[in-house]
Each structure stands twice: as structure tokens, then as C-alpha cells.
Design a protein around this ligand. Structure first.
Ligand code: SF4
Length: 335
């Protein structure tokens, strides 16, 4: 997809979705930029009508990451999205007519545009209602593949339920049978923290079993939370290298500055660092100097100043108001 490889030995890619009005070009572009800066590698957008296709065409011209058009019900929009330059189209066979589905498959095959075939527990064939959700998901995928009339190889599948065990079973059964790349995640996982907990429990199991090529942590929250959670999960599982390990204290009544604001402000820089780094950001002198000295770069706040440590040595002391500027300076020199 564009410059991104999905499947095989390629790293698991982080995906999230634009959540603003897809007819509003400037809001969509603004949100796209924020997501790119946060490290989103694959941005999906809902395409519910032709106005949204126009936005997609505009974003395609300006995006630095591949764009996925998410289309339901109207197969013509899927084809228009391909004509507008979408790098991939996501459809749910459960809500397209058989003839519409055939047309979308043919168009993407002829243009060599990957399709994500997304099966969701909420839109499965009715005649399978007596079966368990995981079986229904896999059976729906089987039927789709049995009826596939063309040798379309650029397909990614997803089989999402909102329950953890059903999702795990469905992905495991499908990957026992097929070699297609898989997009993983829970559907309708919920808000923070419930959505994060459930998504991590499901995706961690799948990833540890070698299942998953793209990952979305679906949350009733901003795309930034989805991207950060997905990246943190991949890093914790050792599936991402070359990034920054952050050590920061939980804060308490002794904290001398808002560590949340500091970490939020520097996050976009951290994603761009190429060399591995351990960064400590500590709120006071209780545990600050100890942790900061063990890090590659450490900052300990006192009431009056921020003390900077590099590789165990104090390198500078700066007034509190100048902390962010100096920290960004140090991080830039680490690139
Ligand atoms: S390092 Fe200081 S501010 Fe941070 S949690 Fe410990 S005592 Fe509180």
C-alpha cells in the first residue's frame, strides 16, 4: 500500500481512523497531520458520500501515509474512492449487494488496489445465527473466499467481535486455514479505560501467536489515544525497535510540574527519534536523581529548576519556565 508493506515479515503497522466530519476538508487535513506526527502509519477515513470522496482526493494529494477508504452499503463509493487515489479500500461484504461486491472486487483487482474484507459480529449472515460468533465470523469469511471468482491476492481480512474470546477464536481459526494478512483489533471496544484493557488483552494474545499485520485499538476517544496505545503495545511486546522508553513517575503531592503536559508536548519529537533512548522525566528529588542518572537523558524537577542528566552526569540546570525549550533542544540533538 503506497510505501507501506503489509504481511509477510513486515512490521505490524499502526492504524487509526479520522474522526472528524469527512466532508470538512480542512478539519480532516488537520487531524491527518496530527495523526501522522503521532506515528500513525495507516489512516482510515469513512467515505459515506461523494463529498467525502472529494475530501479523500484532497487528502491523497497531501498525505504522508497511505489512506484507507472505509465504505459501506454503496459499492459505487468504493469505486469512486479507488479513482480518487485511495491506497486501500475497506468493505464489509455483509452490507454490499452480491453484484456490488463483485464490481468492487473487479475494480480493485484491475487497479491493483488492496481491499480489506472486514467481517464484524454486528453484520453477519442471518442463516448462521444459531452458531457461536467466532464460528459465524469464520464461516462468513469462508463463504466469501469460496465465491471469489478472480485470483485477487491483495486482500487483508479482519474478523472482529466485541468479546475477547470470540475475537481470539475467530482469528486463530482463520489463520489456521489461510495465509492472508490480518488486520486485528476488537470492534466497539468502548471508552478509556475499558476499551484499552479489553483491546490489549485480545491483541496481545494474537500478536504473541504471530497473528496480526495491522493493528487498531478502537476507542470511544480521540485517534491520538488509539495510536499511542497501539504503539505502546507493540513496543512492550518488542515488536518495535528504535524508539524511546519513557520512565516517568506517577506524580503526587510533591510533584513540581505537570509531567503530563511535558510528555504531551514532547511526544511528537519522540516518535521521530531514530536512535534508541531511555528518557526519565521525574517530578521531584525523592526518586528523580536516581532514575535520571540511570537514563540516557533524565530530568528531575525541583521547586526552582529542572536538572538535566545525560548518561549519569548533570549537564545543565534550567529555570522551570525554560524546561520545554531546553528539553526539545536536547531531544533534537539526539536524532
Ligand atoms: S518522584 Fe517525587 S513527585 Fe514523583 S511520585 Fe515520587 S515523590 Fe512524587
Amino acid at each position: 500500500m503506497g510505501n507501506l508493506v503489509i504481511g509477510g515479515d513486515a512490521p505490524v503497522s499502526v492504524q487509526s481512523m479520522l474522526k472528524c466530519d469527512p466532508r470538512d476538508i480542512s478539519s480532516s487535513l488537520r487531524q491527518l497531520r496530527v495523526m501522522e506526527r503521532e506515528g500513525c502509519e495507516l489512516v482510515r477515513m469513512a467515505v459515506p458520500d461523494t463529498e467525502a470522496v472529494n475530501t479523500l482526493a484532497e487528502l491523497v494529494r497531501k498525505a504522508r501515509v497511505p489512506l484507507v477508504a472505509d465504505v459501506h452499503f454503496d459499492h459505487r463509493l468504493a469505486i469512486q474512492a479507488m479513482q480518487a487515489g485511495a491506497d486501500k479500500v475497506r468493505i464489509n461484504p455483509g452490507n454490499l449487494s452480491p453484484s456490488g461486491l463483485r464490481q468492487v472486487l473487479r475494480a480493485s483487482f484491475q487497479r491493483n488496489i488492496p481491499l480489506r474484507i472486514g467481517f464484524n459480529s454486528g453484520s453477519l449472515p442471518r442463516d448462521l445465527r444459531s452458531k457461536r460468533i467466532s464460528e459465524r465470523l469464520v464461516e462468513a469469511a469462508n463463504r466469501f473466499l469460496q465465491r471469489l471468482e478472480i485470483p485477487h491476492k491483495a486482500l487483508v481480512f479482519s474478523l472482529k467481535a466485541s468479546g475477547i474470546q470470540e475475537t481470539l477464536n475467530a482469528y486463530q481459526q482463520f489463520s489456521d486455514q489461510y495465509d492472508y494478512p490480518l488486520h486485528i483489533g476488537l470492534t466497539e471496544a468502548g471508552p478509556i479505560p475499558e476499551g484499552i484493557v479489553a483491546s490489549i488483552l485480545a491483541c496481545e494474545q494474537l500478536l504473541l501467536n504471530g497473528i496480526g499485520d495491522t493493528l487498531r485499538i478502537s476507542l470511544t476517544d480521540s485517534p491520538l489515544q488509539e495510536i499511542r496505545t497501539a504503539r505502546a503495545l507493540l513496543e512492550s511486546l518488542g515488536l518495535r525497535e528504535g524508539n524511546v522508553k519513557i520512565i516517568s513517575c506517577p506524580t503526587c503531592g510533591r510533584t513540581n510540574i505537570s509531567l503530563t503536559s511535558v510528555l504531551t508536548a514532547i511526544r511528537p519529537i519522540l516518535f521521530q527519534l531514530k536512535k534508541p533512548m531511555v528518557l526519565a522525566v521525574m517530578g521531584c528529588e525523592v526518586n528523580g536523581p536516581g532514575e535520571s542518572m540511570q537514563a540516557d537523558l533524565g530530568i528531575t524537577m525541583t521547586r526552582q529548576e529542572a536538572i538535566f542528566f545525560k548518561k549519569g552526569q548533570i549537564i545543565r540546570r534550567v529555570p522551570r519556565f525554560d524546561l520545554l525549550r531546553c528539553l526539545k533542544q536536547e531531544l533534537e540533538s539526539w536524532r
